[in-house]
Design a binder for this molecule. Structure first.
Ligand code: GDP
Ligand code: MG
Length: 206
């Protein structure tokens, strides 16, 4: 597939599309980075902070609300994909299975996918599903950025321990807060890094 690559100086966040099944995935020339994390970890909030647009991705006090793949433009070469969170206990077994199929199906097969931004809660530690997802991403030789979020909830002395808990999950975890803006610039820089690598790979394979 040939792709049109244009450079963008500024990031413009914009909702693109929402799809409820893998067969409806968009066919476009955008690179995609998946936003991963357990339900309520703060994925949609972080996405809004990254896109610089409050309320673009739907955030919720009620876990399990994202039931589709939601695509947002981050500049004009990259789409960030808000995915259904896992680990939401209130869903019926059938709904949980359908969401899991959508999530894993997308991560295993999407050809435009260049990496994932995994969002974790700074007050917790890595869980089995996060380890499994990180392995899946690495297995496909895609980039993995780890956002250790809600760091505004930590006391100063708890910060390094939070990073240490997550160090085994991915290199260079980023402590961040969607609420207060800490770490957002660094995460944007990391997204740019993945994009540059993807451009390079594309050029080499042409
Ligand atoms: N204190 C704090 N709360 C946050 C932060 N990010 C998200 N939240 C809250 O956590 C809850 C879940 O956030 P949401 O973005 O909907 O999580 P998602 O289910 O992973 O998309 C909401 O009540 C948010 O307001 C943060 O950086 N700091
Ligand atoms: Mg969400």
């Amino acid at each position: 597939m040939s792709r049109v690559i244009r450079r963008s100086a500024t990031v413009r966040g914009r909702f693109l599309r929402s799809v409820g099944s893998l067969s409806d995935r968009p066919r476009w020339n955008l690179h995609e980075i998946a936003i991963l994390g357990r339900s309520n970890a703060g994925k949609s909030s972080l996405l809004n902070a990254l896109l610089g647009a409050r309320g673009l991705a739907r955030t919720s006090k009620t876990p399990g609300r994202t039931r589709a793949l939601n695509f947002f433009a981050f500049g004009d070469e990259l789409a960030l994909v808000d995915l259904p969170g896992y680990g939401y206990a209130q869903l019926s077994k059938a709904s949980a299975q359908a969401l899991s199929k959508l999530l894993y199906g997308y991560l295993r097969t999407e050809q435009n996918l260049i990496g994932a931004l995994m969002v974790t809660d700074a007050r917790r530690g890595p869980e089995a599903e996060e380890i499994e997802l990180a392995e899946l991403i690495r297995g496909r030789e895609l980039g993995l950025i780890l956002a250790v979020s809600k760091c505004d909830k930590l006391a100063r002395h708890e910060r390094s321990a939070a990073l240490e808990r997550y160090a085994a999950l991915a290199a260079r975890p980023v402590l961040c807060s969607a609420l207060e803006g800490e770490g957002i610039e660094e995460l944007r820089r990391r997204l740019g890094e993945l994009l540059r690598i993807a451009r390079e790979n594309l050029r080499r394979n042409c």
